[in-house]
Design a protein around this ligand. Sequence first.
Ligand code: PBG
Length: 325
Amino acid sequence: MSFPADRPRRLRRTTGLRALVAEHRLHPSDLVQPLFVREGIDEPRPIPAMPGQVQHTRESARKAAAAAAQAGVGGLMIFGVPERKHPDGRGAWDERGITQLAIGDVAAEVGDATVVIGDVNLDEYTDHGQVGLLGDDGDVDNDATLAAYARVAAAQAGAGAHVVAPSGMMDGQVAALRAGLDASGHERVTILAYAAKYDSAFYGPFRTAVESSFTGARSTHQQDPANLREALREVRLDREEGADLVMVKPAGHYLDVVRRVADTADVPVAAYQVSGEYAAIEIAARHGILQRERAIEESLVAIRRAGAQIILTYWATEVADRLRT
Ligand code: PBG
């Protein structure tokens, strides 16, 4: 009987050895916490499709932002949920709109130590739930929507966002934002482009969180899950238009995309672990089917291993807290 000489298990024997040889690790400042802030409510409202997440009041959002900053979380992504929606989504660029108010609150709370990010889109603000202005054919009118996005970005920057993140997958959206920001005195505001954003069923819980009436697919603008090469084209175009950071979304089912983008992009790459990824683990854990904390950390380190430097996750504050203790 011959025994192996090369024994990988020698590196796995103790907690210390395992920590010493770990190839990837999570760090609080790489994590971004999304927050939903609902106009016109007095108490935070649980989001049934996302157990553990709530629609915040302005006040509870401030507290959540402070807790995230205290835990060392790197950034906060603000999603406003307005009480009233309109066909043209006009609340999205209103200075008194809930997103702008919440960005202002949170920015005042965390200062410059934590990055405040606004999601630039119209879907939370349109009564039809589409990401932009509709053309006569019922599809989103690309170029008419660009002008609206530029206004939204300027409004968010004016409210105190350090970073704006266009998420509508309109062609030319990054260039439109850059021009709108520069023209309104926000030359120093950063653009995080949702560059490779797929038409994913895993956004389902998010749509309930923002009370969207939309039930269809976004396949005329978001990417086909079958495509990888196309993601590289989207990233290249967004870089040429002035994106400072690029993102892949969703994350967990798109690790090959994260890897390819990380290998080719010349800027930091973010990945968004979306609402459906969150809900799947939370709900399985609530049924005793998964060990919750292990599953969360495994899902996140896999995204890091694929090459994402920045990870947006609904568990950001919780995981950052654990990493510090
Ligand atoms: C657009 C936006 C969406 C998400 C982030 N920004 C919804 C969509 O594109 O339909 C999804 C995030 C998630 O599912 O967690 N405002």
